[in-house]
Write a protein that binds this ligand. Structure first.
Ligand code: GTP
Length: 255
């Protein structure tokens, strides 16, 4: 996105968003698996923003079912473990599609790994067509390659699909300038630049994902999706979470 486009979009309703949902979010209060009440509430929040006319692509993780990196750290072959993680994202994608359709939202599941009897293959132009037709597109299977996270997938797909922003759904209310659990004076950013986030080593995404966003000026909004209604607020403006973009000079919340 150009600097001009980025400037115009800040503070306005986004037209096309890439929502990144981790597998852990789907687990809700349970540590693993899919919590039905949680996925229902996510689907209803997605429905809310769909009603605003926003085009929605979703990249979904798989950590609630299988964590590739953890298995690799315990001795499993990293590539095999990552493929298992990618399969987990397809399972989550199927569940999310089901719950979205129960809300009456037309959705399409695509996968970066060929699994034709279960999901469409990821085809960029087809995904764009679905978005134009206001279908929710769920992008599963990661990038289709081991050694890449679903945050990197989110960055890549957001750029490929010309999304206005990555909405990174988390369980925290934004990014702080220090660890709020260790430093009670830590301040929460409303807006922080890529450069400052790098210099302060704020852990927003892994370095591959973050570099992709920074190099392509893809804004990232980190927000707490647990609170019903926050997704709509994140789409409508800057009242929740932290926006990371190329704008210099950090802004903080006055809590
Ligand atoms: P349009 O081309 O805009 O009409 O899109 P469409 O998605 O409605 O049409 P299409 O005929 O491509 O798809 C009809 C249904 O089949 C949709 O639910 C798709 O998600 C699904 N579908 C399409 N291609 C595949 C595939 O390769 N595998 C699987 N499992 N489903 C597919």
């Amino acid at each position: 996105m150009s600097d001009e486009a980025e400037k115009n979009i800040v503070g306005q309703k986004y037209r096309r968003v890439l929502l990144k949902l981790s597998g852990e979010i789907l687990a809700g209060e349970d540590k693993t698996g899919i919590n039905v009440a949680t996925i229902e509430s996510l689907a209803s929040q997605i429905h809310e923003i769909h009603k605003l006319g926003v085009e929605i692509a979703i990249v979904i993780g798989g950590g609630n079912i299988f964590r590739g990196m953890k298995a690799a750290s315990e001795g499993m072959d990293r590539a095999t473990a990552d493929y298992m993680g990618m399969m987990a994202t397809i399972i989550n994608g199927l569940a999310l599609m089901d719950f979205l359709e129960k809300q009456g939202l037309i959705s399409r599941l695509q996968s970066a790994i060929e699994i034709k009897s279960i999901a469409e293959s990821f085809i960029r132009r087809k995904a764009l067509r679905h978005l134009e037709k206001k279908r929710v597109v769920i992008l599963s299977g990661g990038t289709g390659n081991p050694y890449f996270t679903t945050d990197t997938t989110a960055a890549l797909r957001a750029i490929e699909l010309s999304a206005d922003v990555i909405l990174k759904a988390t369980r925290v209310d934004g990014v702080y300038d220090d660890d709020p659990e260790k430093n009670k004076n830590a301040k929460r950013y409303k807006n922080v630049s890529y450069m400052e986030a790098l210099q302060r080593q704020l852990k927003i995404m892994d370095s591959t994902a973050f570099s992709l966003c920074m190099d392509n000026k893809m804004p990232i909004k980190v927000f707490d999706i647990k609170k019903q209604g926050n997704l709509k607020k994140a789409v409508e403006g800057d009242s929740v979470g932290t926006l990371i973009n190329s704008k210099e000079g950090a802004e903080y919340y006055v809590d």
